[in-house]
Ligand binder design. Structure first.
Ligand SMILES: CC(C)(COP(=O)(O)OP(=O)(O)OC[C@H]1O[C@@H](n2cnc3c(N)ncnc32)[C@H](O)[C@@H]1OP(=O)(O)O)[C@@H](O)C(=O)NCCC(=O)NCCS
Length: 200
């Protein structure tokens, strides 16, 4: 937790809140998400969450992913407002993962995802035993690029026709951070706090 931003594992009881946020945010999220067959309202229904949650638990159990519900804790209430996953975890000589995230458009622009990503990266580089986190972003996605650029991820690659997103193969820019990049600063959250304080 950092300020009002809380990262926690998903619970079965998140189904209704998850579905409400996903259904309310279709135009906001669909341009940036992998292509899925079916209707948005169906695969984002409360009953569909059962399968999403089952897949997330399975990947976490196998050590392939670290899925987090992103919540805001305000006025004594916790509200699910987004999602952050460290996926495709490869151990051995890589110790790497890819980060994916989204936030409810109704709370965009408050620094929720940079804070959540900093919390997740510090967890991954510490108890999670990872060394490298990558984020791949469509060139057109200015807000997401701002997230990683503000946190000081390195722009490393241009992947042509990299992922099937919103109905077509889309180019992505590859950003990355390794544990050495933030070790001397006391972690990514400490860096983020310093950067935020400097811009206020
Ligand atoms: C990308 C995303 C996760 C950023 O989360 P966030 O918590 O709003 O992040 P920030 O508050 O740091 O805002 C990042 C940038 O978004 C832009 N922004 C701010 N308020 C905004 C709003 N109300 N609507 C749209 N964009 C906004 C600004 O450019 C901001 O950068 P700045 O801090 O330099 O002004 C969020 O925009 C989102 O969920 N987008 C749709 C899904 C998506 O793109 N996922 C990532 C795929 S790689």
């Amino acid at each position: 937790m950092d300020g009002p931003v809380l990262l926690r594992p998903y619970r079965r009881s998140d189904a209704a809140a998850w579905s409400e946020v996903r259904r309310a945010n279709r135009p906001w999220l669909a341009p940036w998400e992998s292509s899925v067959a079916g209707r948005w309202d169906e695969y984002n229904s409360p009953s569909a969450f059962r399968y999403v949650h089952r897949d997330q638990r399975r990947s976490a159990r196998r050590g392939e992913g670290m899925p987090f519900a992103v919540c805001l804790y305000e006025d004594g209430r916790e509200r699910l407002v987004g999602h952050l996953n460290l996926g495709n975890i490869v151990r051995r000589a890589f110790c790497s993962a890819y980060a994916g995230y989204w936030v409810d458009g109704r709370v965009a622009g408050r620094g929720v995802i940079p804070t959540a990503l900093a919390l997740a990266v510090d967890h991954a580089f510490g108890p999670g035993g990872l060394h490298r986190i990558e984020v791949n972003i469509r060139p057109e996605n200015g807000p997401s690029r701002r997230v990683v650029e503000k946190l000081g991820f390195r722009e490393e690659a241009y992947h042509a026709r990299y992922m099937h997103i919103d109905g077509a193969w889309r180019d992505h820019i590859g950003y990355a951070l390794t544990s050495e990049d933030v070790a001397a600063e006391g972690g990514l959250l400490a860096r983020w706090h310093r950067l935020r304080a400097a811009t206020v």
